[in-house]
Design a protein around this ligand. Sequence first.
Ligand SMILES: Cc1cc2nc3c(=O)[nH]c(=O)nc-3n(C[C@H](O)[C@H](O)[C@H](O)COP(=O)(O)OP(=O)(O)OC[C@H]3O[C@@H](n4cnc5c(N)ncnc54)[C@H](O)[C@@H]3O)c2cc1C
Length: 428
Amino acid sequence: MRAQNVIVVGAGVIGVTTAHALRAEGHHVTLLEAAPTAASGTSHANGGFLSAAFCAPWAMPGLPRQALAALFDRTAPFRWRPDGSLAQLRWLRELLANCRADRFAAHRQRMVRLALCSLAELRAVAAETGVAFDLREAGVLLLLREAPPDQVIQQRLASLRALGFDAQWCDPAQVLALEPALARQGRPAWGLLVRDDACGDCESFVQGLLAWNQARGLRFVPGSPVEALELDHGGQRLRAVRTPGQRWEADAFVFAAGVDTVRMLHPHLRLPVVPVKGYSVSADLAEQDHGLGHPAPQRAVIDDATKLAIAPLGNSVRLAGMAEVVGHDRRVDRSRCHQLVAQYEALYGPLPRREHRLWAGLRPMTADGTPIIGATRIEGLYLNTGHGTYGWTLACGSARLLADTLAGRPGALAPADYALDPALRSRQ
Ligand SMILES: Cc1cc2nc3c(=O)[nH]c(=O)nc-3n(C[C@H](O)[C@H](O)[C@H](O)COP(=O)(O)OP(=O)(O)OC[C@H]3O[C@@H](n4cnc5c(N)ncnc54)[C@H](O)[C@@H]3O)c2cc1C
């Protein structure tokens, strides 16, 4: 395979893993990033979950009802502020169309296939590079306040096991054995444990992987926002991109700029990606907190009732949640973050009263949940974006698929499933 000059745009988890996969193939890779550092966008303080088992599209049966109820509940995780744009309305229409059970099942399978490939790839990259990111391989526990009927439990277990997951149903005693800290509030909970899943700090991984690649020839150019595209042959081929004061030519360009990819490629390509805002709170748990009766969570936990995601990351705990369709508004709404803390404290008891780090990020969300990876109708222009709720989980597999596509090599995944044109995506 001929080594090519490749420009990757965006140094979030998707751009950096893509740059890593392409550099490993012998390409000359330049990574352009608008911000002064990598992982300063949505990859900065996400929930930390590395979960293939819970990887599922947002568009599912029941979502329309939940969304309607949310309009009258200020504390609901979901919030929608119409921005009057045709793009948002079109996206919502597609989202609702994808809430059918058959479509949900097909899209979920596609996401899980990518996630499984991705987590295997992530472990291989971590072993090869030695990058440290507080990886905790203790599974993911879904907490339920009430036990569902036995038939529902059996169906859920069967569907997870059919996909190859090591899943186990837990009664309240087993849940407490897994998560002793839940005993503090004394609320009984049932649980679904998937042992294959994990959690880890996305930002540390991105920073570490970037440094590792820079030491091996990757050219990283921070503070370089791509402002314009130069196409030739009547708009059929991408020749160069422009950043302030500089023009960059390459054989291939990969756009991995998260929610900003849409605006950057307008009007050349229309991407069905909308920002969905979420929040996180990071709280340090020092040694003495354990003595004061605040043992940290042992593994990644999802509270089914509130959709709160809890992940122990090194000596801190990360709380994440909420889904707001409110355009590109990146402001941190403190009341939403306080809501996350209250939801956590109702389960695990009071967090130590030192300063917490509050954050908001925009998930680049497609209407069917599946990211867009691969070539486009514009020669030389490749996409790796739209990873929505699970970009950290899906990153290394998406990078592998992109590298395979660029090489014209068949891989473990069907490229058509992740094509920009939804008509190409299989419904199997
Ligand atoms: C609250 C929350 C919790 C989440 N929890 C999880 C989780 O537990 N597990 C999971 O798997 N996923 C999770 N996610 C999703 C995950 O964080 C995202 O899918 C992922 O970070 C997207 O990565 P990205 O590289 O596409 O985007 P980003 O990280 O946003 O990176 C895009 C980069 O492009 C740069 N850029 C933008 N415009 C330009 C330009 N013009 N020129 C050059 N560079 C540009 C930006 O500065 C940015 O650095 C969560 C997201 C949120 C918001």
